[in-house]
Write a protein of this length. Structure first.
Length: 834
């Protein structure tokens, strides 16, 4: 018996050891869990210099942010390179122009120096001879210029006359072409009548039916025009009445404001308040907030422990508080996608007053609405609308969604972080900054306030519904963790993105990282004195606009013929009238052909022969006219060339005349030497200035080319770094998945170690059945223990699954357990025999 017990114990130990070996046979032995964010690349040393000098991000998230930042830097460098290339092209063009100017100015200087040298050494006698010579040349040029001008005018007149000839010949050719087309059609019609008389009759009948159809459509369109005019008149009358009513309302409101004082007390909340139930679970909420970030395991563990208590204490508040309509806000219609700043601030103050009602009862510092928090909320709603349009977002944690954004449930984390950074806040806040709500009312100020009230009420008292864990209440009742008396800011705005309408952002002052970008200037609170002059001015502007609309409507009523609907109906009638005229002409022509069919074929053949002769004659005439037209155009080209040559001769002679006149004036000027010296000095100065500009431009070009080289090198380096960072992101993702797989296998191994003794005790006669049951138990236990991470917001859960390697390892372990079980049975049987 002792020997049997010893052998049985040995077999049990063998079973446990064997199952463990089988389980771990598909992977490397792991003795601890690896967290995905802690996984590091095993290859710390690399041969790539760029990678060695690049500070490697430690986590996957940091690597993704590094890729984004590097891509932005690369884009900026490429933009700078494009600007530099543009500046280089401009500078090269400038240098080319300066070099041409320098060459021209060098020639001018040479001429000026030659002129100075010539006349400085010229005697009075030689000067007199030069003047006489130049005067003779001027007389000759004047004579030639007069003759050339006359010739140029004659050439221009010849060109104009030839153009008239060509126009007449072109008109004649067009007329002949039209006549030829008609003759060809006549020949075609006669051929058809001779060869297909039945087709002509059928086509004539179809033409008559088409005339009838168009006539019927025209009658309907004419009747419809009267209906359209009546409809337009009714619509314009209705619009006029509505605008007059709106004008009366605006004028009454303006009168009310003008009759009152220029300032008044603002009460945005009406008689609305929020009252807490006596046992509201504030202590549980504080501990819940202290347990960890919303959605973490620690947070969820604590919530699950106190959930029933919290719900019982908080839920009565939902029935205790009901919204009361604010009469002044019932007819204030607004566009949630385009709130005025005044209305946005009013709604934010309403939300702040409701939240502060509760915070005051709990002894918490009140929330404050500031210029910065409102800018944050407004930027959020505009970005949500631009990105998601009218579709409510639904993100799965860790997966890219719309436009490549990341988020949790309906919360777009990409937009939230970008907006926070823009206004000077840290990108990541403990509670992700944002609470979301909805309103189903009509879009009036009263309707939106009702939505705000109901959203806050829901989040404070019934935030256990729809998979929530009182995370919104934690957010609304938050304080600065290090200084509970520090300011807490609230922002609010609206947008229509599916059923997502309200954006509350609430955060402590410690989230401000750039005080120059975030304004803490407080928006005036409820009950403070406000200036109504802006409202009066806005109403005055509205009244002027409405009066303009009324004047326009009255003018349109007086003459509705220019209304789009009327002009469209009238255009349809005109179009049908043209179609009817064309159809009637076609029908008449076909009727004539049908009548001609009554004649004999001989008569038709005679007509066809005459038509062909006419066609041939017209074609010959057209060919002759076209040939004449081509000849006339060639003559015109010669005349135009002669005219341009004459114009050039006139221009050349005129230029020579001006030069001689200038030279004579210079020679007759007693101060000609001084004038020549001034010209030389001016030419030298102009040449020197151009030289300086050229040197400066060449230096600038050299600097720009050096800058381009630096930018090209920088871009190449950044592109290499970007490749390395993207590879690092892929490696981090792979390591995270590997860590999750190893964690799952470690948990499975522990579970099998716990179940191994049960396998050894399985029934003696049912080894295989017991093995199957054990596999089922293991699979069930693994499924129950598979980690599920619940994140903040509805629909944001991600489920982990046992991978294929783990499943195969479990099956291998079960096979080994079954084999060991059979061995136990055999040992027991052998012992009994002995």
């Amino acid at each position: 018996m002792e020997q049997e017990n010893s052998r049985t114990k040995h077999v049990k130990n063998t079973i446990a050891l064997t199952s463990t070996i089988a389980l771990l046979g598909t992977s490397v032995g792991v003795s601890h869990q690896v967290k995905a964010d802690d996984a590091k690349s095993g290859d710390a040393n690399t041969s790539n210099t760029s990678e060695a000098t690049l500070a490697k991000p430690e986590t996957l998230e940091e690597a993704v942010l590094a890729v984004k930042a590097t891509e932005e830097t690369l884009s900026e460098r490429k933009k700078e390179l494009a600007e530099t290339n543009t500046n280089i092209a401009k500078t090269e063009s400038e240098i080319s122009n300066l070099e041409a100017a320098k060459q021209e100015q060098t020639a001018d200087l040479a001429k000026a120096e030659e002129l100075l040298e010539t006349y400085s050494s010229m005697s009075e006698e030689d000067l007199a001879k030069s003047i006489e010579k130049h005067e003779t040349e001027l007389e000759t040029i004047n004579t030639e210029l007069e003759k050339a001008t006359t010739e140029s005018q004659a050439q221009a007149e010849a060109v104009a006359k030839q153009q008239e000839t060509i126009a007449a010949e072109a008109t004649k050719a067009d007329q002949l072409a039209t006549q030829l087309a008609a003759a060809e059609q006549k020949v075609s019609d006669l051929n058809t009548m001779i060869s297909q008389p039945e087709a002509i009759v059928s086509e004539a009948q179809a033409a008559k039916e088409e005339v009838k159809r168009i006539s019927d459509d025209l009658a309907k369109a004419t009747a419809n025009l009267a209906t359209v005019k009546d409809t337009v008149h009714s619509q314009l009358t209705s619009d006029l009445a509505a605008n007059k009513a709106a004008l009366a309302a605006k004028e009454a409101e303006l009168q009310r404001l003008q009759d009152g004082t220029a300032t008044a007390q603002l009460n945005v909340a009406g008689s609305n308040t929020l009252v807490l139930p006596k046992d509201y679970p504030i202590e549980e909420i504080k501990k819940l907030a202290a347990s960890g970030y919303i959605g973490t395991a620690a947070y969820n563990d604590y919530y699950n422990k106190v959930a029933s208590t919290m719900i019982a204490k908080a839920e009565p508040g939902a029935a205790m508080n009901q919204y009361v309509d604010i009469p002044e806000d019932l007819n204030r219609v607004v566009d949630p996608d385009n709130l005025s700043q005044e209305v946005q601030n009013e709604l934010a103050q309403f939300a702040a007053q409701m939240i502060n009602d509760v915070r005051k009862q709990l002894g918490l510092v009140p929330v404050t609405v500031t210029v910065g928090s409102q800018e944050f909320a407004r930027l959020l709603t505009k970005s949500y609308k631009e990105t998601h349009q009218n579709t409510r977002p639904s993100f799965v944690y860790g997966q890219a969604g719309t436009a490549g954004h990341y988020g949790v449930g309906p919360h777009d984390k990409t937009i939230i972080e970008a907006s926070a950074s823009t206004v000077g806040l840290r990108p990541n806040d403990d509670n992700m900054y944002e609470n979301l709500g909805a309103f189903n009312e009509v879009h009036t100020v009263n309707g939106i306030k009702r939505g705000i009230y109901d959203s806050i009420k829901y989040m404070l008292f019934t935030d256990h519904l729809h998979g929530n864990t009182y995370g919104h209440a934690v957010n609304f009742l938050r304080v600065d963790k290090t200084n509970p008396s520090a300011p807490v800011y609230l922002g609010f705005s609206t947008s229509n993105v599916g059923s997502l309408n309200e954006h509350f952002v609430i955060f402590p002052a410690s989230d401000i990282v750039d005080a120059t970008r975030f304004s803490t200037i407080e928006i005036p609170k409820s009950g403070q004195v406000i200036d109504r002059s802006a409202s009066i001015q806005a109403l005055t502007n509205d009244i002027a606009s409405i009066k303009g609309k009324i004047a326009s409507l009255e003018s349109r009523l007086a003459d509705p013929s220019s209304e789009a609907e009327v002009t469209a109906a009238q255009a349809k009638i005109s179009r049908l009238q043209h179609q009817l005229e064309a159809a009637q002409a076609k029908s008449h022509k076909l009727d004539q052909q049908v009548e001609q069919l009554a004649n004999t074929k001989d008569s038709l053949r005679t007509q066809l022969l005459a038509a062909k002769e006419e066609q041939a004659q017209l074609k010959a005439n057209l060919d002759k006219a076209l040939a004449l037209l081509a000849s006339s155009k060639a003559t015109l080209h010669k005349l135009e060339a002669a005219m341009e040559e004459a114009k050039a001769r006139v221009a050349g002679l005129a230029s020579q005349k001006v030069q001689l006149e200038d030279l004579l004036a210079f020679e007759k000027n007693p101060n000609r030497i001084e004038l020549a010296q001034e010209k030389v000095a001016a030419a030298k100065k102009a040449l020197a200035d151009t030289g300086d500009k050229l040197l400066a431009a060449q230096a600038s070009l050299s600097d720009l080319q050096a800058q381009r080289a630096r930018l090209q090198l920088s871009i190449a380096t950044i592109e290499q770094q970007l490749v390395l960072l993207k590879n690092l992101v892929q490696e981090k993702q792979r390591l995270r998945l590997e860590a999750e797989r190893l964690n799952s296998m470690s948990e499975t191994r522990q579970l099998l170690n716990q179940l191994a003794p049960q396998a050894a005790k399985a029934g003696v006669g049912s080894e295989l059945v017991a093995t199957g049951l054990l596999v089922s138990k293991v699979a069930s236990a693994i499924a129950k223990q598979s980690p599920t991470s619940h994140s903040y917001g509805a629909g944001a859960a991600s489920h982990a699954a046992v991978d294929d390697n783990t499943q195969r390892a479990v099956q291998a372990g079960m096979v080994m357990l079954a084999a060991a079980g059979l061995a136990t049975v055999k040992l027991k049987k052998g012992s009994k025999k002995r």
